[in-house]
Design a protein around this ligand. Sequence first.
Ligand SMILES: O=P(O)(O)OC[C@H]1O[C@H](OP(=O)(O)OP(=O)(O)O)[C@H](O)[C@@H]1O
Ligand SMILES: NC(=O)CC[C@H](N)C(=O)O
Ligand SMILES: [Mg+2]
Length: 498
Amino acid sequence: MCGIIGIVAQNNVAADLYEGLTVLQHRGQDAAGIATLDGHRVNLHKGSGLVRDVFGPTEMQALTGRVGMGHVRYPTAGLDDSSEAQPFYVNSPYGIALGHNGNLINTRELTQELFDSDRRHLNTRSDSEVLLNVLAHELQELGPASLRPEHLFAAVDAVHRRCSGAYSAIAVVSGHGVLCFRDPWGIRPAVLGVRETPAGPEYAVASESVALDVLGFELMRDLRAGEAIFISLDGQLHTHDSPLARELTPCIFEHVYFSRPDSLLDDISVYKARLRMGQTLARKILRERPDHDIEVVIPVPDTSRTSALPLAYDLDVKYREGFIKNRYIGRTFIMPGQAERRKSVRQKLNAIDLEFRGKNVLIVDDSVVRGTTSRQIIQMARDAGARRVYFASASPPVRHANIYGIDMPAASELIACGRTEKEIEQELGADWLIYQDLPDLIEACREGNAQVSQFDTSCFSGDYVTGVSPEYLEQLQQVRSDQARTRRREGVPARATG
Ligand SMILES: O=P(O)(O)OC[C@H]1O[C@H](OP(=O)(O)OP(=O)(O)O)[C@H](O)[C@@H]1O
Ligand SMILES: NC(=O)CC[C@H](N)C(=O)O
Ligand SMILES: [Mg+2]
């Protein structure tokens, strides 16, 4: 899940983009990049690492201009190294730099078309470079020297026609302004905000509203499914609803794990959605075991805290912070390799033995994906002297690959894949494992905005709203499974592009 932000301001914008990216850092820790427009020049700097590692004073000083965009990356396609950091740049037409959150599922076909008929060269295996080149080609085809918003919008409609998958993207177009668009189902988030200044309004678009809050922009609204927004250099805002737009189907995993709790996505407070997840989970526990013997509820920091508190309250048992997180270690799940993820859990979390000793504890996490965290946490609770260790997940079993921008490419790597809940319980070593039911999760999110009638729940349900071929799922597994990546690191060439 990457993070994107674009701003059209009255003064130099690099510092705000930097701040915005640090606020979106939880969406991608692998690489970061910023592109600014200064006259007709596109200034671009990107590299591997956290925002604070990629940009120093020298790089920041070179990013002149009052218009720009930034990206933090969590790879789901191509390579994990700095050559595929974003934004990507093409010089023709106009000079465009683009950053993408999401994942295309017809990259292979598009790559072929770009080579064979569009005569465009791709220099990486990144699906985002493909997205940029499709946009650039379509703009080129429209061909005007004096570009108007309707040309950009027609090109975005053509992107919607050609590209399949999930994408929220922000592009700076040299000499013109900032373009932002959301895929026809609106799977990935994108919000628009305004900041009034004496010199006139400034606009920002971003993955999450928290980035707007921190920079002093007022949240105007979310982009609609399939919508494109263009902010010209003179600060005019233009919008376009695509005829190809479908029913808004935002990714439910944003509410479960990805987004910050202080964000509003599609008018749903992530924080409140997580509180409701805790309440529905409590109801299920009371339904299934009215005479449970849970003595204390303990969250796995950070994300599950919000759900664990109302869960403890509704069960009428104590809530205790039994695991303490090392604040200097990033998110484990979005790390690139399994060995790294496994090592990090232990470095990141430590138990306060006293909170466990002799007690029946219910440990709560937001999700159990590969089981890396839960397996170790359960063992840590036992080592700390817990009598019984129960484990609750605020979301249902993750049984299917994610193809829309979350790096769960191989169903076989998911602990719940092909296992019953009882088998997962044994696999994790828990005395009792309880999962949220999918209808309850959907309801917990939907209660925030009844107008959102459906969510992308594919990793729980296996229903892919865009449709997906078994060949793509097979190919994704072959290219991006942990095993395939280890082989690549050891120098065995990849068999296909993701
Ligand atoms: O089953 P797994 O494959 O281990 O994945 C699930 C875990 O990973 C995430 O935590 P993470 O450490 O990434 O971030 P957090 O601090 O926001 O909870 C998530 O919150 C779960 O704890
Ligand atoms: N998580 C994402 O949104 C990834 C964007 C893009 N597919 C990449 O791998 O760079
Ligand atoms: Mg976690």
